[in-house]
Design a protein around this ligand. Sequence first.
Ligand SMILES: [Zn+2]
Length: 300
Amino acid sequence: MNLNQNDVYEEEVKSLLKHIEEADAIVVGAASGLSAAAGFKHYYVRDDDFVENFSDFEDKYGYHCTFDGAYYPYMKDEERWAFTARFLSMILNAETGETYHDLYKLLENKPVHIITTNQDSQIERVFPPENISAIQGDFRYFQCSKRCQDKLYEAKDIVDNLEENIDENLEIPTELIPRCPNCGAQLDTWARSPVFLEGSKYINEHLKAQKFIQENQDKKILFLELGVGRMTPMFIQEPFWNLTYNLDNAYYITINPKDALLPVAIKDKGMAIPEDIAKVFKDALALKDSEKLSDENEQS
Ligand SMILES: [Zn+2]
């Protein structure tokens, strides 16, 4: 980074903070890049978390990240459930990423709603549920794979128990395969898939976001997009672009080290920061603290 790029970056961080401070309402769009910035990279990378938790699965199946583990064509349900149990147990018992605490501090005291395609329930550790719309499901829940009922089941105790019962062949006992209490079909993770249950909770997640946007559409509303990749732009990114274009007082900021895109149509109503999300949060918080300090000094 040369001096010039440094100056540009400093201005971007200043501008981010200014737009957050001046906004009447903030809609955050949180996607996989935010989780990666917070250190959860095992989905796509053979990182320490993967090595620590999945070396035995890697030896048996030859995959090197959990995403490949999730899509592996297991021969038996007992094998697939062993992977699922290890995977969900690791995620549901993970520490809360510091980047999520930083996001909370950055948006403190602002009316905020978070729309997320992440299923790892990290955001749910720091923001209250009424401020979150998990539109692609949530790993904390199971559903019936046959969708016989509009009902979700708490996953954590089930997966922790399964995880403890994985045997040396990396299988779980057949009788422990989680089943729907109503119809007896296997349970499935409540996450986007061909059998994803779009029931009352799913609808409510969308309604919460709609309500927040409608209530604030005439105010100074900031759309803050964090880490949307090129795989699913239709859930967060494209709606954010359309809303920014159509709402008079809207502004759009994307922070994304790989895919920070700003369409020409909203170039005067937005900004793209092509940097690491965790770093941007840290720098913005440091700036926020220094501004607070100088305000206090002026007053005293
Ligand atoms: Zn069922």
